[in-house]
Design a protein around this ligand. Structure first.
Ligand SMILES: NC(=O)c1ccc[n+]([C@@H]2O[C@H](COP(=O)([O-])OP(=O)(O)OC[C@H]3O[C@@H](n4cnc5c(N)ncnc54)[C@H](O)[C@@H]3O)[C@@H](O)[C@H]2O)c1
Length: 249
């Protein structure tokens, strides 16, 4: 308990799925949490459920003006910013790579990749002034062991992993740790997009590719994020931690 006592965290895409699990877990462990989501209703509802240690903020993580405002509002509410979890992400539906239109390609890269650049620009100067911080980027096994039909999404996650390592070496002198999580397919609203269609056959196919024999859950991902965000991981930076039931072995 209280592994994040005194910390302030901002979690993107925290109105649903993995991000919601991360925000709830961080709050339970003593952090103040800003729940950032493009879906304002979901962000506010999640914050309300958590209580006075959370605020819900509407923002599109691909837009600099929204990202800057989210960071400013978090600091205004809680006085500082120790942890940023870049979790918001989208995918094109599973289908042949040549069928994905250019605007959809651009959108997936803007939400999954450019957002990390924008949050770095907004939050790193604050962390440098504070003397340290932790950034956790949600990558994917998709960037390590790509499945067909998700080529452009897979590529965004490869970029997320490389950004994580590069940011980690560059920001280490500032005591800012940067790590990534690589979840395997998980029980969230995004799953159907990854599978192309949500049928018992597709689910079986995906589960059979995971040695531990089940999908990941928001709590699995939140447990790993909690460790990486906490001072227990103070010697860990630049890792891409697979939370994947053995999928990438
Ligand atoms: N579910 C999986 O199988 C799986 C596996 C590996 C990695 N991931 C990654 O985990 C992360 C979370 O995915 P999830 O499965 O929880 O999905 P989800 O759809 O349940 O949640 C994503 C949240 O992000 C929000 N969002 C989308 N675009 C946004 C934007 N532009 N600005 C702000 N918020 C935005 C959505 O409103 C939603 O609340 C993503 O980065 C995803 O790529 C998911």
């Amino acid at each position: 308990m209280n592994r994040l006592e005194g910390k302030v965290a901002l979690v993107t895409g925290a109105g649903s799925g993995f991000g919601l699990g991360i925000a709830e877990t961080f709050a339970r462990e003593g952090a103040k949490v800003a729940i950032v989501d493009i879906n304002e209703g979901a962000a506010k509802a999640a914050a309300e459920k958590i209580g006075s240690s959370a605020i819900g903020l509407a923002a599109d993580v691909s837009k600099a003006v929204d990202v800057n405002a989210a960071v400013e509002k978090t600091v205004a509410a809680f006085g500082k910013l120790d942890i940023v979890v870049n979790n918001a992400g989208i995918s094109h539906r599973n289908r042949p790579m040549l069928e994905v239109e250019e605007d959809e390609f651009d959108r997936v890269f803007a939400v999954n990749v450019k957002s990390i650049y924008l949050f770095a620009k907004a939050a790193v100067p604050l962390m440098q002034k504070q003397g340290g911080g932790a950034i956790i980027n949600v990558g994917s096994t998709a960037g390590l062991r790509p499945r067909p039909g998700l080529t452009w999404y897979n590529s965004t996650k490869g970029a997320v992993h490389t950004m994580t390592k590069s940011m980690a070496v560059e920001l280490a002198p500032n005591k800012i740790r940067v790590c990534a999580l690589a979840p395997v397919a998980g029980e969230t609203p995004l799953l159907a997009t990854f599978m192309g269609e949500d049928t018992p056959q597709k689910r079986e196919l995906f589960v059979n590719s995971i040695p531990l024999g089940r999908f990941s859950t928001p709590q699995d991902i939140a447990n790993a994020a909690l460790y990486l965000a906490s001072d227990e991981a103070s010697m860990i930076t630049g890792v891409v931690l697979e939370v994947d039931g053995g999928r990438c072995i």
